[in-house]
Each structure stands twice: as structure tokens, then as C-alpha cells.
Design a protein around this ligand. Sequence first.
Ligand code: PMP
Length: 379
Amino acid sequence: MKPADRVQQVPPSGIRRFFELAEERDDVISLGVGEPDFSAPWAARTAAIDALERGKTSYTANRGRRDLRTAIADHVERYDLDYDPDEEILVTAGASEAIDVAMRALVNPGDTVAVHQPSYISYVPGVVFAGGEPLAVPTRAENGFALTYDALEAAGAADADALMLCYPNNPTGATMSADQLADVAEFVREHDLFVLSDEIYAALTYGGDHTSISTFPGMRERTVVFNGFSKAYAMTGLRLGYALGPADAIAAMNRIHQYSMLSAPVTAQYAALEALRSCEESVREMHDEYNRRRRFVLSRFEEMGLDCFEASGAFYAFPACGDDDEAFAEELLEEQGVAVVPGSAFGEGGAGHFRASYATGMAELREAMNRIETFVRGR
Ligand code: PMP
């Protein structure tokens, strides 16, 4: 039996390789993973335990429990997003499922999906699995890794059908201001694209509040927004996310979701509902701790002479490290036992940088920074 062509077209994840190398040693400090070092807030965990004790182990409605969808609708009002819990929200197994289902439901074979890069490693494979054609749109450190009208134009995105957007960004930690987003929205309207906007790090911004592209004139009807509980609520393993979008897009996504997933994990839905009801304070504490680490990491990179732009979202820094980022990351791991991810794993525009996640305890982070400094000074 042979894998289908579209599967063979997609190489294995470049990030995994580094995890595997790192796992071979026990002295490694990993700044490689993109997941919180915290556990989910206790109240959310208790709600999950309680649901299990009450025997809540069945499927839910395909779109997710209504009380959860209502709570999500209330929650996203903070971003000026207004979505109807019955028609415009789909609860999924992580934002990952939402993104995958959106691509399969909305991208036709041969459609072009512009993907700004460097960005999260799932988008290009997602486009390919949906039968679409990814178009890389590089962003640059000089622009703070923001996507611009000009970058879209230069990459030929005027002829694309859709734009995959991710701010706050993984791997750069970049956020985009309302003015910058307005520029992108203008391009999108002018060229009649639709937008898939991954806003999973919306709650983790450090310079100002998150703005969704969906709030710009003429954008709501052409945008699907993704968010979830993995990052802000430290619930990665519980697998819960959601999509917000126009009723017809959500209905199309649900058509796939109802056959391929049936419903998102029920225990996680109870945890998520409680997270939205009572865990604001925990989110604030984790946010503030990430921010403290962010400032520490940025200042240490500066001290050791690594050029690093001011990452203002998510929990990543993306310093420059010379042309060969693969060699940098490999040697850093071999010589100092610190795992980071080479920027080129995240597509065009990522080369010459590495991603360091600061979702790591302060003591380990300090030690990791000392080791990186020793490595950089010895090079
Ligand atoms: N989008 C981005 C930008 C991410 O960084 C991640 C997790 N690494 C995901 C989506 C996946 O999130 P989830 O756990 O909700 O599937």
C-alpha cells in the first residue's frame, strides 16, 4: 500500500527532528516546544474531573455544547467579535482541527492559498491535503515580521483565492497593529480573497490588545477566525479549539467535522466552559509571567549580540543567528545541550533565525541563556 500523492508531497515536520535529537540526552534544556509549561488552571481541571464523575462521557452536539458556544460568543466580544452561538461557531478538537476542516471545506482543488512566512508549520501541509496550492509570502525582520500590502503584491497574492494569516505569530512572536492589519484587509478586499485567521495567541499580547482582521469593514463575511484553549489556558493535551465565521462557512466546515470527528472531546468541553467562566485571573498570571520572561530573554539576546526584534506576542523570540540556522541549532544542541528550532523550518523568510520558546520556567530559561551566550561567544 502506498501513501497518496498529496501525502508524499508533504515532508515530515522539521521540528520533530530536533525533539528526537534532544530526547537522546538527559542534560538538554528545550526551548524547542510551542506549549505552555503550566498546567491548566485548577478550576478547569476540577470541572473535567467533575464531569467524568457525573458520567458525562457521551458525544455532544456536532458543533459543541451550546453552553460552551454561548460562553465562547461572550468571551470573544472582548475582541469586538460578534458571532451567533447557533450558526457561527464550531467547537473542534483543537484549533488544528478547525484549520484543517476549514481548508478542506473552503479550498477547492487547485485554489491558491497565500501563506505568509515564517509561520506555523501546519498551514502549508493543510493547504496541500485540501488539494490547494500554497503560495509563500515572505515577511521580514526589518518590518517586524508584519505582513504588508506590498509583500502580498510582490509575492503574486493578487491572484490567490485565500490568505492564511497568523498574528500573534508563531514562530516570530510578531503582532500586527490595527493600521497594519487595515493595509492587509485592503488588499484582501481589493483582490476578493477570503481569510483564514489563526488567532490562537490573541490573549498573549504584551504591547497592546489584540485586533482581529475580521473586525475591519467588509472582512467579517470573508473571514474565519480560529482560537482555542491550548495556549492561553495551558490546555494543549485536552484538545479544544473553535472556529468563528459566517454561517455558510461554519455549516460547510461542520459537514466535514460531523463525519470525521462527530464532536470535540466532551471532558475538554466541560473544562473549557469552566475556564471561560472562572479562570481569567489564572490567564492573567500566566500572561504576566510570560511577559517577564519575554523581557528577560530579549535583553539577554541583546547583551550577547544576537539581533532580535521586539517580539510582542505568543511565547517566542526569533533572534538572528547568521546564514546557516540549521547548523547553529544543531551545534548549539550538541555543544551546549540547548534545543531551539531553526527558523528555516517555518518557511521562507525564516532562514538565518531561530525560534526560542520562553514557555519554560525562569530557572531553566536563565541556564539556557547562559549556555547560549557561551556558545555564541565561542563561535
Ligand atoms: N496555531 C498555532 C499558531 C500554534 O502555535 C498551535 C500550537 N503549536 C496551533 C495552532 C495548534 O493549536 P491546538 O492545540 O489548538 O490544535
